[in-house]
Every structure is written in structure tokens, then in C-alpha cells.
Design a protein around this ligand. Structure first.
Ligand code: G3P
Ligand code: MG
Length: 245
């Protein structure tokens, strides 16, 4: 039997490399992942950059909010030493740099708009324009916890895939997703219960739970034929998939 479940590397290969850096994305490609998940925000000078937290303290040697720092200021920061001294040269990538690199690979790309806290920055329009410029709309899935933002994307582009991100045990979320024009469900792993997986499959809606890191969870979702998993450990997930199928 051929496997059906795609493996998306969460923030790149975040288990083995500093999250959301080119080093982590390259490692995910080498691991045999099918796609990447990454987080995007705007700098003070409105450049989309790849970083998870709204502030830089946890993953760099800098201080402050991403929205208050210019690209030049952000790119001076060391985005790797917090993970390991071996990665002291890692930088915060721009989305443009990533799109350039990914164009030469086969990878799918889940861009998560990090705009649930910092809203109304115009992030949607800027990200969409870049994806369109690179001709990557058919390889990109846009997701966000801010569903108003997803609707904005849908209004600007009728084709690009959008997926709702959620943490709670919603009832029949595929109905809600369809209502806002979304094609996918990106749910927190604990709410990826059998009723949701079966119902979404019946409704023809892909489910891509996050963050699926334990071997037994990876195995169960692969065996169940889940559409995709989003994991910090793409290499291990690919190995498990190879053993199973
Ligand atoms: O997109 C899936 C997942 O990344 C959402 O949560 O906090 O890891 O960005 P977070
Ligand atoms: Mg994310």
C-alpha cells in the first residue's frame, strides 16, 4: 500500500536545528520532508521575515518586538546560538530568501501568518504578492489563527489554498472552514480526535495536525491515512513512514 500522509517540517527541522532558519529548512529537505511549515511577521520597515515569537528574545541575542525592528537590525542578530553554539551564524531569513530557495526544490510550503497578536499590519497583502511574484501559489498553503486574515487572503486570491488553525475541540470544523472559503484544517494534535479525522475525510477536507512529535502519534496518524502531519522531527517521521509502507 502506498502511503498517503505527507510530512511537513514544523519551523523546519526544529528538533535538530534552530527553528525558522535556512539551516532548519535545508535539514528538512535533506530529511526527505514533503513540505515546510514556517511563521511570518513584518519588520518595522514592512519586510516579511520568518520568526515565531512576536519578540526576538527567545530565539536570538537581541531584544524587542519584531514589529519595532528594521530588517537591517534583525539581520544582525544571531538566531542560532540559543539552540547550539554550532549555529551561531544562523540568521532570521526573509520570506523572499526562502521563496527563492524553495523554488528550486519540490517542497510544499505552509506559510503561517503570525498576526493574531499584531493585527492589521497589511501582512496578508505583502505575503500574497510575494508568493504570486514567485509563481508559487499552487505549492503554498496559507494558515493563521486569525481567521479574519484568512478571509482577507481569500478575497484577494480565489485560488490559493488556505487552512484554519485552531486549538479547540470544534464540532464539525470542516463546515466552518468551507463557510470561510478554507480548504484545510490545521488543528492542535490533542483535538485531532477520531470523529474529526473521519468526518473531515468524508467531507474531503485535509487535516494536518501539529505538532506531532511522539513516535506513537506519528505512527497512528500515518496508519490512519491522515492527510499530513506537522512535526519538529521530519527525519524520524520519514523513517517511520518508510518502515510502515
Ligand atoms: O502551523 C502549525 C503550528 O505552527 C501552529 O502553532 O505556535 O507552532 O506556530 P505555532
Ligand atoms: Mg507555526
Amino acid at each position: 500500500m502506498k502511503h498517503k500522509t505527507l510530512i511537513f517540517a514544523h519551523r523546519g527541522s526544529a528538533g535538530t536545528h534552530p527553528e525558522n532558519t535556512m539551516e532548519a529548512f535545508e535539514a528538512a529537505l535533506q530529511a526527505g520532508a514533503d513540505g515546510l511549515e514556517l511563521d511570518v511577521q513584518l519588520t518595522k520597515d514592512l519586510v516579511p521575515v520568518i520568526i515565531h515569537d512576536e519578540t526576538v528574545e527567545r530565539t536570538t541575542n537581541g531584544e524587542g518586538w519584531v514589529k519595532d525592528l528594521t530588517l537591517e537590525e534583525l539581520q544582525k542578530l544571531d538566531a542560532g546560538s540559543w539552540f547550539s553554539p554550532a549555529f551561531r551564524h544562523a540568521k532570521i531569513p526573509t520570506l523572499k530568501e526562502l521563496l527563492q530557495w524553495i523554488s528550486s526544490t519540490h517542497l510544499l510550503l505552509n506559510i503561517e501568518l503570525k498576526n493574531a497578536v499584531i493585527r492589521d499590519s497589511g501582512l496578508e497583502k505583502i505575503v500574497l504578492a510575494l508568493v504570486e511574484e514567485f509563481g508559487l501559489t499552487d505549492r503554498v498553503i496559507i494558515s493563521s489563527f486569525n481567521h479574519y486574515s484568512l478571509v482577507d487572503i481569500r478575497k484577494m486570491n480565489a485560488e490559493i489554498e488556505i487552512a484554519v488553525l485552531f486549538m479547540e475541540g470544534l464540532y464539525e470544523p470542516w463546515n466552518y472552514a468551507k463557510q470561510i472559503g478554507a480548504q484545510g484544517l490545521h488543528c492542535y494534535l490533542p483535538v485531532a480526535v477520531p470523529e474529526l479525522l473521519a468526518g473531515a475525510a468524508k467531507a474531503g477536507m485535509p487535516v494536518r495536525p501539529f505538532t506531532v512529535n511522539e513516535d506513537h502519534h506519528i505512527t497512528a496518524l500515518l496508519k490512519g491515512g491522515c492527510s499530513a502531519i506537522i512535526t519538529d522531527w521530519p527525519k524520524r517521521a520519514v523513517q517511520i513512514r518508510e518502515q510502515l509502507f
